[in-house]
Design a protein. Structure first.
Length: 266
């Protein structure tokens, strides 16, 4: 499905009925990463919404510079379009940065939060420099620099060795991303603020999902989130990397579905 949302044509899927669950993909990915979760969660009695962020997948990019505010505004506009007043929101990696922005600016729209292999702090100078370098590579006509860089850190070693088809499928999603969308995402990631001061003030159910073999975001960043959000549940999944929802589908779905069910119908 697609709709005119906040000045762009946004692609999204909606599956099932019941309490709304919005899943936000990471960089440089697309909504297809959530297929297994959309099927499992909708079968369990939830309405699952999985959008392509602006500039990614099948969504248009528009002509505005990338920012977490812009991504968050798009998602609120999508919720308005779908007449969803409140949702459980899960954000993976960059999606977690957008979730933090939503919690800062639109807390009344978030029923519960799921932080998936993500972090609260901003990039340091080295990190920002890497984002700027990749933007330069894209603008110089080498968008392949992005999948080349990110492909090295998305999966656990055993996944790379044992599931090459999955690795190639995800690389295909990255390679298919419009170069303008890559720039948009890198700008937003590079320029995001440190959301750590927000964490102690969060007053909603929260789940943090981390993995020990994450090469993209240090596992201690998940620990920090869990320790600084009052009452947060912490789920550590073994045997996967940054794409844990694809690498360890059953364990991931059990962990997140358990959290969703414990929320009840409130």
């Amino acid at each position: 499905m697609n709709a005119e949302i906040n000045g762009i044509r946004m692609a999204y899927d909606v599956m099932g009925s019941g309490p709304a669950v919005l899943l936000i993909h990471g960089f440089p990915l697309c909504r297809r990463m959530w297929q297994s979760q959309a099927q499992a969660f909708s079968a369990a009695g939830f309405q699952v919404v999985v959008p392509d962020l602006r500039g990614f997948g099948e969504s248009g990019g528009g002509d505005r510079p990338g920012s977490m505010d812009l991504f968050a505004d798009d998602l609120i506009a999508l919720m308005d379009y779908l007449k969803i007043e409140r949702a459980v929101v899960g954000g993976m990696s960059m999606g977690g940065y957008i979730l933090l922005n939503l919690l800062s600016r639109f807390p009344q729209r978030i029923r519960a939060a799921c932080f998936i292999v993500t972090r609260a702090d901003a990039d340091d100078e080295v990190g920002r420099g890497k984002r700027t370098h990749l933007i330069g590579e894209i603008e110089a006509g080498n968008p392949g620099a992005v999948p080349a860089a990110f492909g090295q850190v998305l999966f656990a070693d055993q996944t790379v060795a044992g599931r090459p088809q999955l690795v190639e499928e995800v690389r295909g999603w990255m390679s298919a991303t419009d170069p303008a969308g890559l720039v948009l995402g890198l700008q937003a990631i590079r320029d995001r603020i440190d959301s750590s001061p927000l964490l102690p003030n969060l007053k909603l159910p929260a789940l943090v999902i981390g993995v020990r073999q994450d090469k993209a975001i240090p596992p201690e960043k998940s620990v920090y989130l869990a320790e600084h959000i009052a009452g947060a549940e912490f789920c550590v999944i073994e045997g996967g990397g940054h794409m844990v929802n694809l690498e360890q589908v059953d364990a991931f779905n059990r962990g997140m579905l358990g959290f969703l069910r414990r929320l009840g119908d409130s």
